[in-house]
Ligand binder design. Structure first.
Ligand code: ADP
Ligand code: TRP
Length: 320
């Protein structure tokens, strides 16, 4: 089984990225051949600062490795080091109906937010399909917001196979229900673009302040809270430590637990959960040659496979 996923270097990674995508991806490296990459081409649709892209790319590499991506088990590279994906993206785009892309929520949401759409943003799912199909991927671990993009990939693969004969593996999304949509500190989906994140490797003081600043209602600590499951701090605590979260949910429901104490518990739990990864990240940051070496070796392996599959698609479609 080949597992593949990507993450954009468009900002600091957060708990939604970690629990929705990175941790499931890291767990899956035990179950098959894992291929993970930093989607820097994709980040060009929303980030226009070169220095920032370069910095974010290194940060994503450090974050992912610190969190447990093991280069002995997984292939890990930077998307643009395998430029064959852009060639395949062109081929796929000729079989992608406009309507399929026009229906994509993520595109529509961005336009609704006032981003003036460019062709890259519109064609984003086609490049994503190329990322997935060029590695014969079977399983794609992602958060719920990316499900539709994997479905578009399936549609494109099926269409190509019908048109030119069996060429691509049709992949499946893998979405962990319990963490499919981690809420941000304002209650919306946690997302870099909503400014509501808790960063995985946030600075201690600033993160404590963010968590303590989560807005709650004005009920007294003594009051029982029958809606304890709707409480944001409880929801986040359950994402990080499910058993502890359930215990605190009961305490909150029964009455007697103040919101300040609850948020303090959330901060401490978060801080302690990522302590080992924080230490690993500091070691990696002091050894950047190693990190660059991992990405280079990953790119070489990924490129070898991508070249083979691209050749298959070229033969099938009469380019060769
Ligand atoms: P963002 O919305 O912060 O820009 P990305 O779109 O870069 O995040 O997502 C990277 C990966 O993390 C994707 O697989 C996505 O589904 C997952 N992810 C992002 N936010 C969340 C969230 N709040 N809950 C669960 N998964 C998420
Ligand atoms: N679109 C994904 C996101 O924003 C990133 C991505 C690019 C991806 N190519 C991919 C994810 C291929 C899975 C497979 O999260």
């Amino acid at each position: 089984m080949r597992i593949l996923s990507g993450i954009q270097p468009s900002g600091a990674l957060h708990l939604g990225n970690y629990f929705g995508m990175m941790r499931p991806a890291i767990e899956l490296q035990e179950q098959g051949e894992a291929f993970y990459f930093i989607a820097n081409y994709h980040s060009m649709t929303s980030l226009y600062d070169a220095a920032e892209r370069r910095k974010n790319t290194l940060d994503v590499a450090l974050d992912f490795l610190a969190c447990g991506l093991d280069p002995q088990k997984s292939v890990f590279w930077r998307q643009s080091d395998v430029p064959e994906v852009t060639e395949l993206a062109w081929m796929l785009s000729t079989l992608t109906p406009m309507g399929l892309l026009e229906r994509c929520h993520s595109y529509k949401d961005k336009v609704a937010k006032g981003i003036s759409p460019n062709h890259g943003l519109f064609a984003y799912p086609v490049l994503m399909a190329a990322d997935i199909l060029i590695f014969d991927s079977n399983v794609v671990p992602v958060g719920r917001d990316q499900k539709q993009h994997v479905e578009v990939t399936r549609d494109i693969a099926i269409k190509f196979n019908e048109q030119y004969g069996p060429t691509f593996v049709v992949p499946e999304p893998r979405i962990r229900d319990d963490v499919a949509a981690v809420p941000g500190i304002d209650g919306q989906k946690m997302s870099k673009s909503y400014g509501n994140t808790i960063e995985i490797f946030g600075e201690e003081k600033a993160t404590r302040k963010r968590i303590m600043g989560i807005v709650m209602d004005s009920r007294t600590p003594q009051e029982p809270k029958p809606d304890a499951d709707k409480n944001l701090a409880i929801q986040l605590l359950k994402v990080i430590r499910p058993a502890l979260g359930a215990e605190y949910e009961e305490k909150l429901r029964a009455g007697g637990l103040g919101y300040g104490d609850l948020k303090k518990k959330l901060f401490e739990t978060y801080w302690e959960y990522f302590a080992p990864a924080r230490a690993r990240r500091a070691e990696l940051a002091a050894n950047l040659d190693h990190v660059h070496g991992v990405l280079r070796a990953g790119a070489a392996r990924a490129r070898e496979l991508a070249t083979t599959v691209l050749q298959r698609a070229k033969l099938a479609s009469g380019l060769e």
